[in-house]
Design a protein around this ligand. Structure first.
Ligand code: AHR
Length: 329
């Protein structure tokens, strides 16, 4: 049985390497040793420093567990993720791991995985489905809690400043992705009923630095620097783009406009220490170890937790930021 599976895997690899010679297929990395556990991993893209660190975490963890990782990058396209999952099923991998770009429309392909008897672990993002048995486990952040933490920081800051009216603009992540939906919902659940806060615009920057720049330019053109008191940005990459645009417009981010961000990448932590960002809600990309320990549990027929959230902190201008250990990823 195992020999047959390895033969299938080898065939799939040869086919993929032939195909990659004649068409632009998503990049694939495999580090296989015969007989090892094979994990099919569909990463959603390379849109941010977070994503790049997350991919590295998966590769390193698979390596340290001695698992073969069959990895494909979907370049932000759901159809490519579905295609990858189908190729993992055809290759009869032991476990499928994927990070769904958006929450909807996964049921068909996940039914195919279930029919093939391959367990599925959702990594980083969730799916929306009426059939929870389509995946075995979820490993990733509690994005709703992250949104709440951003709102709680803002309330504390408004109290400290004695502010009675703050205009907020939101630069959100990819529409219909879990972090976009839940960071928005958590934030609004905390500040929504407080009359001091007025969300005047919410636009999507797709978690990309370049779009963070575009969004900020658009917001400054619409409201002017005086019309914006707070930027709530769903990730550091977009925030860093927005900071550049604010500064080019003569605005001092962190002072003239409060900036709240999410992730904790090194450049953003430096900006926090420099006073250009006021608050970063941490979202760790280091999920590989937890994922691979679940894979180990599954292939050893042990029961595994259904949901695993990493412990995450908040760093802000209320903290002592001089600790050299605080440096981000
Ligand atoms: O899903 C996690 C989010 O996706 C991170 O906050 C963001 O940086 C990434 O692109």
């Amino acid at each position: 049985m195992r020999m047959k599976r390895i033969a299938c895997l080898m065939f799939a690899l040869i086919l993929l390497s032939v195909l990659s010679g004649c068409a632009r297929e998503p990049a694939q990395e495999v580090s296989a040793s015969p007989g090892s556990v094979v994990v099919g991993f569909s990463q959603l893209g390379a849109e941010s420093s977070w994503r790049i660190a997350n991919t590295a975490s998966m590769v390193n963890a698979a390596d340290s567990y001695g698992f073969a990782l069959m990895m494909e990058n979907a370049n932000q396209k759901q159809e490519l993720q579905i295609k990858s999952i189908r190729s993992f099923i055809a290759s009869r991998v032991d476990v499928i791991v994927f990070s769904p770009i958006v929450e909807t429309n996964w049921d068909n392909v996940l039914r195919e995985a279930r029919q093939a008897g391959i367990p599925v672990i959702l990594m980083d993002r969730m799916i929306e489905t009426a059939d929870d048995s389509l995946y075995t486990a979820y490993v990733g952040a509690d994005f709703y809690a992250e949104g709440r933490k951003a709102g709680e920081y803002l309330i504390r800051k408004a109290d400290a400043l004695g502010a009675d009216h703050l205009n907020i603009v939101e630069i959100s992540g990819t529409i219909d992705s879990t972090p976009m939906r839940d960071r928005q919902r958590g934030f609004m659940d905390v500040i929504g009923t407080d009359p001091r806060f007025n969300v005047i615009a919410s636009i999507s920057g797709d978690f990309l630095r370049s779009k963070g720049e575009e969004c900020m330019a658009d917001l400054l053109a619409r409201f002017g620097p005086e019309g914006i008191d707070v930027v709530y940005s769903h990730n550091d990459s977009m925030t860093l783009g927005a900071l550049d645009v604010m500064e080019q417009a003569g605005v001092r981010p962190g002072k003239d406009i409060l900036v709240i961000s999410v992730d904790g990448e090194a450049d953003a932590v430096r900006a926090l220490k420099d006073g250009r960002i006021n608050c970063i809600v941490q979202c760790t990309p280091a999920l590989g170890g937890s994922v691979m320990s679940l894979v180990q549990g599954l292939v050893s027929n042990r029961s595994i937790p259904r949901v695993s959230h990493p412990v995450e902190a908040v760093f802000s201008d209320f903290d002592d930021l001089t600790d050299p250990a605080l440096e981000g990823f």
